[in-house]
Design a protein around this ligand. Structure first.
Ligand SMILES: Cc1cc2nc3c(=O)[nH]c(=O)nc-3n(C[C@H](O)[C@H](O)[C@H](O)COP(=O)(O)OP(=O)(O)OC[C@H]3O[C@@H](n4cnc5c(N)ncnc54)[C@H](O)[C@@H]3O)c2cc1C
Length: 477
């Protein structure tokens, strides 16, 4: 008997998948495949093929087909994840299961205040449809991910302070397990205390327990008005003082509190000349984007007036010490600045990103400690820190020019990751991944910081839900 070679095996697999899903659903041409093989920032591999089912039933058939042949599969949404978990490994033997065609289902129920969405629906699609009905899915971030990807990474973003992350806004999911079994957990209940909340197994677990094909999301009334301002602060301590002051004075009208250091903001204005820089050449050490929002119309209460009077009163009191500037501005203009921060760093050279959280009260001290650590031994690296201080989240982007570096990027990454993560997790009781989830980029640190018992529980779950270990490139136990 002759054993089929690798090329023949691939042809058989691709032929089988094409027969299952029809033409156009299986991508194998290298120039078309490339975008499924390369992550946004980390993760580059080689896929046997990308498969694009367009219904739950097709996802189930693909997974059953792969399971029967022992083929590993990585689920992929919009490929905007930042831990290298959405792309295949380098073996060329994995399938990319793209959910991009599961984007048609989008049913809004204004009475339940829910939306049922396909796993491949984009955040922008969701937002446009909800806007028509005066509703909002309150996850807001600088990329355009899919519903399934947001569930698998428990995405958060800039309005967690007010509305929480995906976990807190998810009522139900439908998932397909590695063997093709469909698990329906789609009850749209806000209250359901009947033991284990099984849908949470699929939230923030990088798609390794199952593929999210549908979700029921809780939505909120869309604010009728927003008011925003950029506030300059002389230090991290001033930023925390401002946060306490605004929370005390404004309660839940305060929707976002985003902080960008001068080093992180500089590149935005350098590479996005169309964005207005109200500060001029001398950026304050920290810039805070403050957003207020309410569902009440401006005839009832003017948020612009409220913001102006609150910030004005601040300047007159002790809490205003260290506030250097206040620039009210149009929300869309100010958010445009904030959403270009991460992207602009890529123009500056090499970027090593850290997505850290620490208790809010420790944020200023933690960032200073991280800066001191880097300055002492890596003077060619700039710490460009920015993020969601209102939630205790900070992105530390370490940025350097390749030709000024003393060592190659992979070596620097290997040296710096344990030092910064140890500082955050061990010294400050923080998290090594505040909102981007777990993937090959930070796998070693998941292994290092996750209690052995938790890893053991994950191993047990994986053995039941995906006994051959076929789903994903992340290992939770
Ligand atoms: C410029 C920029 C800004 C960002 N800002 C933020 C931010 O502020 N807050 C934040 O939380 N994130 C942020 N992100 C990260 C990113 O947008 C999220 O991780 C996003 O939720 C990933 O969704 P996706 O559809 O792109 O998934 P992908 O990147 O395709 O996949 C991410 C992970 O989910 C798995 N997966 C994807 N789809 C499914 C599915 N249907 N079922 C099961 N598993 C699946 C993949 O296997 C992978 O493990 C940002 C990203 C960029 C590029």
């Amino acid at each position: 008997m002759t054993v089929p070679d690798q090329g023949e095996m691939e042809k058989t697999v691709v032929g089988g998948l094409s027969a299952l899903l029809g033409p156009g659903a299986v991508v194998t041409e290298p120039h078309e495949l490339a975008r499924y093989e390369q992550g946004w920032r980390y993760g580059r591999g080689a896929a046997l093929a990308a498969v694009r089912p367009s219904s739950t039933e097709e996802v189930s058939r693909v997974l059953a087909f792969a399971a029967a042949r022992g083929i590993r599969v990585v689920p992929q949404g919009a490929n905007t994840g930042l831990v290298g978990a959405s792309t295949p490994d380098a073996t060329g033997s994995m399938l990319v299961l793209s959910l991009e065609r599961l984007s048609r289902l989008l049913e809004i129920d204004p009475v339940d205040r829910t939306v049922v969405a396909g796993g491949g629906v984009l955040l922008s699609q969701l937002d446009a449809a909800l806007a028509e009905q005066g509703l909002l899915f309150p996850i807001d971030l600088g990329a355009d991910p899919t519903v399934g990807g947001m569930v698998a990474t428990n995405a958060a973003g800039t309005r967690v302070l007010r509305y929480g992350d995906v976990r807190q806004n998810l009522l139900g999911v439908e998932v397909v397990l590695a063997d093709g079994t469909v698990l329906d957990l789609m009850a749209a209940l806000r209250k359901n205390n009947t033991g284990l909340d099984a849908k949470q197994l699929f939230v923030g677990t990088s798609g390794v327990f199952g593929v999210v094909t549908r979700a029921v999301l809780r939505v909120v009334p869309r604010p009728a008005q927003r008011a925003t301002a950029l506030v300059g602060a002389a230090s991290g301590a001033t930023v925390l003082q401002l946060l306490s002051h605004l929370e005390r004075g404004l309660g839940d009208v305060l929707t976002a509190f985003e902080v960008v250091s001068a080093d992180a903001l500089g590149p935005v204005f350098r590479y996005q000349p169309r964005l207005r820089n109200p500060f001029g050449a001398a950026l304050p050490p920290y810039t805070v984007l403050v957003e207020l929002s309410t569902t009440l119309p401006s005839e009832r209460i003017s948020l612009d007036d409220l913001l102006e009077s609150t910030l004005g009163a601040l300047l007159e009191g002790e809490a205003g010490e260290g506030i250097t500037d206040i620039f009210p501005g149009k929300p869309s203009d100010l958010w445009d600045v904030r959403h270009h921060v991460s992207e602009s760093h890529r123009h500056e050279g090499e970027v090593l990103g850290f997505d850290i959280s620490v208790p809010r009260s420790s944020m200023a001290v933690f960032v200073d400690a991280a800066r001191a650590l880097v300055a002492a031994e890596y003077p060619f690296i700039r710490v460009c820190d920015f993020g969601h201080w209102g939630d205790g989240g900070v992105h530390l982007n370490l940025v350097w020019k390749k030709d000024e570096a003393v060592r190659e990027t992979p070596e620097l990454k290997a040296e710096l990751q344990p030092r910064i993560y140890d500082l955050a997790v061990t010294s400050f009781r923080g998290s090594f991944s505040a909102e981007h989830g777990v993937g090959p980029h930070n796998q070693a640190f998941y292994d290092r910081y996750t209690p052995a018992l938790v890893q053991e529980v994950c191993r047990t779950l994986k053995a039941r839900l995906d006994p051959q270990g076929l789903l994903g490139t992340t290992r939770l136990g």
